[in-house]
Structure formats: structure tokens, C-alpha cells
Ligand binder design. Structure first.
Ligand code: SF4
Length: 199
């Protein structure tokens, strides 16, 4: 069949318009149909958080209902990941909930620690400890270590440093918290300060 250039555009334009009209009408019907189940995030509260796994520090949105985590996804407003998560970060909800391999039901991750634990010198077992007790013990260890290892001078040079303590921050601290951690460590004379996150 011989088609002029003008005829060709008329024919393809008509075919495109017909197919578009059909597509729009199908979509309208699909949108008008009753959903098979409630939207997953209906009646949830959103909290922003930061992935705990690597130094990337990707932002996540945690959705909870009645105190239970029901969804975790990348935060599109976060400047680092802009909504994306790698497979490890996307599985972070498993820190709280896992799928029981036997029943395929969602159950609590029994390995999740919700209280501080301590392993005493010479012991191989960890034992639970209260938050206040843990904070007091940490403060006592920091003070004793600082006093025992503080160096005022190296030869004739004043150094005021504490080589007995190192500080390693996690990826869940933000810039302001890291600033305060740095200030506190510097005030103790700590010079070995680093952070897991590179943000
Ligand atoms: S989502 Fe992946 S890349 Fe991002 S912080 Fe977590 S582990 Fe790192």
C-alpha cells in the first residue's frame, strides 16, 4: 500500500488516539474499583530514622501502628539516599520482626536487645544491667581510665592528651550530636576520635 507522508501521520495519529482512549478508560475503571484490602499504611504514624548498617547513613521512614512497625522504606526527602535503600538497608525491619521459617508468620526477632548488657572481666556470658547502672559504670570507667592515662606533657611540650580512650561514633548520630560528642571527648583530652558514618 502506498501512503503519503501526510497520510502516514494521520493513520498513526488516529491509532495512537484510539489506544490512548482505551488505556485511560481501563485505568479509570481500575481506579474506581474497590481495593481488595486496606491500604497498608492506613492509620500509621511515621518516624524518620537512619540505617544502622554502613557508613552511608541512608534515611528511612518507619511506619508504625499501635506501637508496631508495619513498614520501613527509604526516605525520599533524605539528602543521602533520596528514597533508595540497598538490600541490606531495606531488610532493616528484620532487626525487629522476622518471618518464622516454620509457620511463615511474622514474629518478634528474639535476638533483638532492648536493654543494656554487660560482660564482666573474666566472664564469657553477658548479663542485663539497668540503664542508670550502666551509665554510672561507664562514667566511672571513663574517669578512672582518663585519670590513669592522662599526659600533660611530652618532653617539654604541653599536650594535655588522653591516649587511653578512643571514641568511635555510630551512623545514627547526626552532625549536631557528633559535634557534642567531639566537644566532650576533646574536653577529656581524647585524640583518637572517629565515626562510622562518612556524612
Ligand atoms: S541502606 Fe545500604 S547503603 Fe544505605 S546506609 Fe544502609 S547499608 Fe548503607
Amino acid at each position: 500500500m502506498n501512503l503519503s507522508r501526510r497520510g502516514f501521520f494521520k493513520a498513526t495519529g488516529a491509532a495512537l488516539a484510539t489506544s490512548l482512549a482505551f488505556e485511560l478508560s481501563s485505568r479509570s475503571e481500575a481506579l474506581a474499583a474497590e481495593p481488595a484490602s486496606d491500604w497498608k499504611l492506613v492509620n500509621t504514624e511515621e518516624y524518620t530514622n537512619i540505617c544502622c548498617y554502613c557508613s552511608g547513613g541512608c534515611g528511612v521512614i518507619c511506619s508504625t501502628r499501635d506501637g508496631e512497625l508495619v513498614n520501613l522504606e527509604g526516605d525520599p526527602d533524605h539528602p543521602i539516599n533520596q528514597g533508595g535503600l540497598c538490600p541490606k538497608g531495606a531488610s532493616m525491619s528484620q532487626l525487629r520482626n522476622i518471618v518464622d521459617p516454620a509457620t511463615h508468620e511474622t514474629i518478634k526477632n528474639t535476638n533483638r536487645k532492648t536493654k543494656p548488657m554487660v560482660r564482666r572481666p573474666g566472664k564469657s556470658e553477658w548479663e542485663p544491667i539497668g540503664w542508670d547502672e550502666a551509665a554510672s559504670e561507664i562514667a566511672r570507667w571513663v574517669k578512672d581510665t582518663r585519670d590513669a592515662t592522662f599526659e600533660e606533657k611530652a618532653g617539654d611540650i604541653v599536650v594535655n592528651r588522653c591516649p587511653g580512650i578512643a571514641s568511635l561514633g555510630g551512623s545514627q548520630q547526626n552532625s549536631e550530636e557528633e559535634y557534642l560528642i567531639n566537644k566532650m571527648m576533646r574536653s577529656l583530652g581524647v585524640i583518637a576520635i572517629d565515626n562510622q558514618a562518612r556524612v
